[in-house]
Design a binder for this molecule. Structure first.
Ligand code: AMP
Ligand code: ZN
Length: 465
């Protein structure tokens, strides 16, 4: 069975099959590093993370690229206002982004290309567009001529009948009503101060949209599998990315487009310009934990709007506590061995988990399967039908699901190689003293933490499960 995903390109849920068997090429629009990202931005990033983790869970190798926009109208405006060089200014917020990413247990992706390090790639893409007749120059800037790309507007369901041919727009962000020829390369103006590159296109800087077309194709090829972003990026950003990429190559750009919905505050989009935003730091200062934030961002389907409240964080705390208590109770279980019923339960709940996420990442029933499993096993424990030997299987199941959810701290994640070797040494000593019980206990303890041992003639070797 294939994973099914809602594709903005066709406005339908489709079976997902990558271009290359077993391998997914994925691009997601990353942060503009002009400020500390708010948790609305992180809703999109947590969504990308779950998508990536689930593709891996289903056996795909994932090559994931996420850009860092470190030159655009906003970064230039705000660095100038502070009188700090652009590079220093954005370095500060790149660092903050990576810190918050780690706190929220978002997996690092394969490449984080920064726009300022890919200017020649963007210039080449613009030159290819020029060769194919998609551009013109006005007042030193190069524009994309949208009437040379007949399907322009289709992706964003735009009605372009009111658009005047030849009318231009220079700002990076604009509304649907302002759909016009958009800028690829902006000629230097005094507001740009020291921010410019001297290139065959003249002195200037790239527009925001060209960045993603050039960098995604550089790392993922001219046509790749999945491109993700927030719904606010459908127009103009992704529409323009398509026009630029397909205009330059004549080939389809992206096969599946995925968009996540907004995080709201009191019914309004959380955003910097409205001032109704919280950063992760703001929330931690109020005594909440990063995993509670991750839980809240994750637990609502990505195509549904999510209203942020502190009550939701408190509820998430309760849910996480249940999972942690569960792991502890399983560890302490001292009944008879469960036998077949445990295997059946594992299989049934695993099927539910996968069937739910296969269905366009339907998270609510997937979490439902996890919590039903907690209840199933809780019953076995209460009935004295779970033994300590069963712990490996139960926590193993939880550990599997946690690969996708990333919500629980299971001890194996913190066990270092040195700690493993120390445990093996203790076990070797126990065996030398013919203390088989103690030796077995250590082996089980390691197994619980995902470490398997194999005794060979030359000594014990180990690996992580
Ligand atoms: P930016 O840093 O503004 O370029 O945005 C980075 C990502 O965050 C984009 O994918 C946006 O769509 C997304 N985003 C911005 N605001 C919100 C919000 N309130 N809820 C969900 N996603 C958002
Ligand atoms: Zn982008």
């Amino acid at each position: 069975m294939a994973i099914r995903l809602y594709n903005t390109l066709t406005r339908r849920i489709e079976d997902f099959h990558p271009l290359e068997n077993g391998k997914v090429r994925l691009y997601t629009c990353g942060p503009t590093v002009y400020n500390v990202a708010h948790i609305g931005n992180f809703r999109a990033f947590v969504f990308y993370d779950m998508l990536r983790r689930y593709l891996k869970y289903r056996g795909y190798e994932v090559f994931h690229v996420m850009n860092l926009t470190d030159v655009d109208d906003k970064t230039i405006r705000d660095s100038a206002a502070e009188g700090v060089p652009l590079q220093d200014y954005t370095a500060r917020y790149k660092k903050a982004f990576f810190e918050d990413r780690d706190a929220l247990r978002i997996e690092p992706v394969e490449v984080y290309p920064a726009a300022t390090e890919h200017i020649p790639d963007m210039v080449r893409t613009i030159e290819r567009l020029a060769e194919r007749g998609h551009t013109y120059v006005a007042e030193g800037s190069t524009y994309f001529k949208i009437d040379t790309f007949p399907s322009y507007g289709k992706f964003a369901n735009l009605d372009l009948s009111g658009t005047r041919a030849g009318a231009r727009i220079t700002s990076d962000e604009y509304e649907k009503e302002d759909a016009r020829d958009f800028v690829l390369w902006k000629a230097w103006t005094p507001e740009d101060g020291p921010v410019f590159w001297d290139t065959p296109l003249g002195r200037g800087r790239p527009g925001w949209h060209i960045e993603c077309s050039a960098m995604s194709q550089k790392y993922l090829g001219e046509t790749f599998d999945i491109h993700g972003g927030g719904v606010d990026l459908i127009f103009p950003h992704h529409q323009n990315e398509i026009a630029q990429a397909e205009g330059a190559t004549g080939k389809p750009f992206v096969r599946y487009w995925l968009h996540s919905e907004f995080l709201l505050v009191d019914g309004q989009k959380m955003s910097k310009c409205l001032g109704n935003f919280y950063t992760l730091r703001d929330i931690l200062e109020r005594g909440y934990k990063p995993m509670e934030v991750r839980y809240v961002l994750l637990a609502t389907h990505y195509r549904q709007q999510l209203n942020f409240t502190f009550d939701a964080l408190t509820a998430a705390r309760g849910a996480l506590e249940r999972l942690r208590d569960f792991a502890r109770n399983v560890h302490l279980a001292g009944g008879n061995e469960a036998g077949e019923i445990l295997d059946e339960t594992n299989e049934r709940r695993e099927k539910e988990f996968v069937a739910s996420l296969d269905d366009d990442l339907n998270i609510a029933p997937a979490l439902g399967a996890v919590f039903n499993y907690v209840r199933d096993i809780g019953r076995l424990i209460a009935d004295g039908k779970l033994a300590q030997q069963d712990e490996v299987k139960v926590l193993g199941k939880l550990r599997d699901w946690n690969k996708v959810l990333g919500l629980i701290d299971l001890e194996d994640e913190t066990m270092t190689d040195i700690e493993v070797l120390q445990m093996i040494e203790l076990r070797t000593q126990a065996r030398a003293n013919w203390d088989w019980d103690r030796a077995d206990q250590i082996r089980l303890e390691l197994e619980r933490k995902g470490i398997v041992l194999e005794d060979r003639r030359g000594g014990t070797v180990w690996k992580r499960k």
